[in-house]
Write a protein that binds this ligand. Sequence first.
Ligand code: NAP
Length: 309
Amino acid sequence: MKKADFDLVIIGGGPAGLTAGLYAARARLNVILLEKAMPGGQVITSDWIENYPGFPQGLSGADLVQNITQQTKRFDLNIESNEVISIDCSENVKKVRLADRTITTYTIIIATGASPRKLGIPGEDRFYGKGVSFCATCDGPFYKDLVVAAIGGGNTALQESLFLTKFASKVYIIHRRDELRATKILQERAFANNRIEIVWDSVVTSINGGLTNVENITIKNVKTKATKELVVDGCFVWVGIHPNTEFLDGCVSLDESGFVIANLKMETSLPGVFVAGDVRNTPLRQIATAVGDAAIAAFSAEHYIENIK
Ligand code: NAP
C-alpha cells in the first residue's frame, strides 16, 4: 500500500470531531483535524448546556468547546482551519481535497455536524441579518424590550426562546401542531414563562417588512385555514437541521434525509471511513451522544489502521 500523509483525517471541529481528535491523539495516531471555521460547531451558539454530565451548574457551549479544545492541546492534536472540498475514496489511501492542497490518509472520521434548516418562505432570505436569525446567542441582545417570533416546537426552539426572554419583552413561539416536540422540562419552563406565548397549529407563510427591517409575519392556522398578521421586530427560525454532507458527493451511503449511515462501530459503507455526531443517522442528537460516537469512531479507526499497516 502507498504511504499516506496521515493515519487519520477528522473533518469537523464540534464536540464529536474534537473528541475523536482527543482519542486519536492519545492513541498516538498521526492525525489532523480540519475545521472550516473555528472549532465549535453548532454547540457554540448554545447559551447554556445543562444536560451534559459533569457540570452540575451547566456551562455555555463556547466554554465547553474551549475546554475540549484545551484538553486536545495537552495531547498535541493538530487542528487546522481549512475547508474540505471533496474526498476521493477510490483507493485504499484516501485523498482529501482542501481549499489549498490535497492530503492523503488511511482513514477519515466525518464529524461535520448539521446546519439549521431554512423554511423557504418569502422574506426569509431577504431579511436574513436584518430581522431574521438562526442564532439567539448571536442576535438575541438586539431585541431588548422588543417582540420576536420563534418558529418551531423542538428543543432548539424552546431552549433558545427561553434565552430570548432575557431580552425580548415577548416571544411568540409559532408551532405547526397542538403539541410540542421539545423535552418536557423545556416545555414546563416555556409554559411558566409569562413572556412566552405559544401560537398553536400555525405556520408562518411570509416574513414582511420595509427596506431594512422586519415589521410583521403572516401566519396561517392549519386547522381553520385563517390567516393573520402578527407584529414582530424579529423572527428566529428553528425548524430542524440538515446534515453537512455536500462534500461527500456519493462516497458513503446516506439515509433518505442525507444523514450518514453507520453501524455500531461507526463504520460507514466505505472501509476506513467512519462517522460521529449529528451528521450520523442517529436516533438522538445530543453532545453526550456525539462524544460517545466519536470515541467509538476513533477506536475503530485505530483498529482499521493496525490491520492494514
Ligand atoms: P427538531 O427536533 O427536528 O424540531 C424541529 C421543529 O420544527 C419541530 O417542532 C417541527 O415540527 C418544526 N418544523 C419542522 N419543519 C417545519 C416547517 N416547515 N414549518 C414549521 N415547523 C416546522 O429540530 P431542533 O429543535 O433544531 O433539534 C435538532 C436536534 O438537536 C434534535 O435532535 C434535538 O433534540 C437536538 N437538540 C437538543 C437540545 C437539548 O438537549 N437541550 C437542544 C437543541 C437541540 P413537528 O414537531 O411538527 O415535526
